[in-house]
Write a protein that binds this ligand. Structure first.
Ligand code: SF4
Length: 101
């Protein structure tokens, strides 16, 4: 275990470093957004003003109440957080305007 001496002279254990090669979901989303790609689909962003997953026809909700999650109908979805959408994400190149009823 790695240790260090803090400002008060006490020895403290350092947290284990993240294993090399493991990327968190949040890191993956951020990396893709910086590269101009959609965090979930990894497709290029559509660059239309106001186009977000929240305004896309392909977005749907799964579950109910507090356990309601947004998903993309064009993807193979799991029940896990790896396929959850954020409504504020910029739309991908498959973005299609939501049809109002
Ligand atoms: S198709 Fe629509 S809902 Fe699915 S990821 Fe692209 S913009 Fe988001």
């Amino acid at each position: 275990m790695n240790e260090h001496t803090n400002l008060f002279g006490d020895r403290q254990a350092l947290p284990d470093p993240r294993p090399i090669g493991r990327e968190t979901l949040r890191d993956r989303h951020a990396r893709r957004l910086v590269a101009g790609r959609h965090p979930l689909t990894n497709l290029p962003l559509c660059r239309i003003e106001g186009a977000t997953c929240g305004t896309c026809q392909h977005r749907f909700r799964r579950g109910g109440g507090a356990r309601r999650y947004n998903k993309c109908a064009l993807m193979r979805n799991t029940g896990g957080p790896g396929t959850d959408l954020r409504l504020t994400w910029p739309g991908c190149m498959r973005w299609t305007a939501e049809v109002s009823s």
